[in-house]
Design a protein around this ligand. Structure first.
Ligand SMILES: Nc1ncnc2c1ncn2[C@@H]1O[C@H](COP(=O)(O)OP(=O)(O)OP(=O)(O)O)[C@@H](O)[C@H]1O
Ligand SMILES: [Mg+2]
Length: 246
């Protein structure tokens, strides 16, 4: 394909992707008595909850209370030892296998960023777009736009090892949003950020919510996120509990 044809294909691909994304509302997440045992620890003890499409839920709780474990079960990264995770009424793997679930439904911002060390910031953001079969020019534009939005315009060619912790975290945010997920799972997305960059990431998440109706479950210690959430859930010893000051 010559450069012009590729640009046109990219434009068409972009327009189609936007049209598809606009039609997609956020996913519904239902947990029915989800249990997860890690060695001798009951990391998640029979947690039930219902997150409505487009809702933003902040998940708070002390270290070790089971927040990351719960998020990974919702994200299909681990299978519950008991109970069920239902996303739009079916198990995560029913969305075209786990690969389909991760490509088409869910975006994940991990507590430890899990960037691919051999790819640049731009390359990392493009990974989900490659999986979704988006044309090269559309991928490049989407990745650069997202990196711009998280304030990394001058760092797009850097490898993760050449980025600060907060910069890596922002690349991970951009990557998680690349495919306009219907469900965003974020594990302390502003944990390593100063207040300016934290506000930037929150604005980006807010934009995704407004534009796409993305459902969000965000593990956080950050009161700024909790303030913006529709609902705050608290975990303690693997269970959902009433807020500490209630
Ligand atoms: N691989 C493992 N083997 C045994 N126990 C584990 C394992 N992974 C996690 N745990 C235990 O499960 C519990 C829940 O861990 P989890 O990572 O979900 O906590 P968290 O709420 O995310 O904590 P933090 O705020 O520190 O990230 C902890 O007590 C932890 O020690
Ligand atoms: Mg954790």
């Amino acid at each position: 394909m010559d450069a012009r044809a590729e640009m046109q294909a990219a434009d068409t691909g972009e327009a189609q992707a936007q049209a598809q994304a606009a039609q997609r509302a956020g996913a519904e997440v239902v947990l029915e008595r989800v249990r997860r045992v890690r060695g001798s620890v009951i990391a998640v003890a029979d947690v039930s909850m219902h997150v409505r499409p487009g809702e933003c839920v902040a998940l708070m709780g002390p270290s070790g209370s089971g927040k990351s474990t719960l998020l990974s079960a919702i994200g299909g990264l681990s299978r519950p030892d008991g109970g069920r995770v239902l996303v739009d009424g079916v198990a995560p793997e029913a969305h075209g296998g786990l690969a389909g679930y991760h490509r088409d439904v869910v975006g994940f911002i991990f507590q430890l960023h899990h960037l691919l060390p051999m790819l640049t910031a731009q390359g990392n953001v493009e990974v989900p777009l490659v999986a979704a079969g988006r044309p090269r020019e559309a991928r490049r534009k989407r990745a650069l736009d997202l990196l711009d939005e998280v304030g990394l315009t001058g760092r797009t060619d850097h490898l993760p090892g050449e980025l600060s912790g907060g910069e890596r975290q922002r690349v991970a945010v951009a990557r998680a949003l690349a495919n306009d997920p219907r469900l965003l799972l974020a594990d302390e997305p502003t944990g390593a950020l100063d207040s300016d960059n934290s506000a930037r990431v929150l604005d980006l998440l807010e934009t995704a919510r407004i534009r796409r109706g993305t459902t969000m479950i965000v593990v956080t210690h950050d009161p700024a996120i909790a303030d913006r959430a529709d609902r705050v859930l608290h975990m303690l010893d693997g269970r959902l509990v009433a807020p500490p000051d209630a």
